[in-house]
Design a protein around this ligand. Structure first.
Ligand SMILES: [Zn+2]
Length: 82
């Protein structure tokens, strides 16, 4: 009588992108930056949690995601023509 669990993928379903960015003021300290399916960026640093304004970490994460997207697009290009 067990129902299948559609959320078996876990937390990964909630975010489309997730990365950690090192703090500028505290080297060695990392903040997790996530992008939700709605396209919202969330950082776990205090400035963001207080003001909900785009912080340095989100900017880094955005640039990183942008680069990763470009890289994956370049990789998915059909090969064979040089
Ligand atoms: Zn932040």
């Amino acid at each position: 009588m067990r129902k299948p669990r559609p959320s078996s993928f876990g937390m990964g379903n909630l975010y489309t992108y997730k990365t950690t960015v090192e703090s500028r003021s505290q080297p060695g300290k990392f903040y997790t930056v996530s992008r939700t399916r709605e396209g919202l960026w969330i950082c776990h640093c205090w400035p963001f949690l207080r003001t909900h304004k785009e912080c340095h970490h989100i900017k880094v994460a955005k640039a990183r995601q942008d680069a990763a997207e470009k890289a994956s697009k370049a990789r998915s290009r059909p090969k064979g023509h040089k």
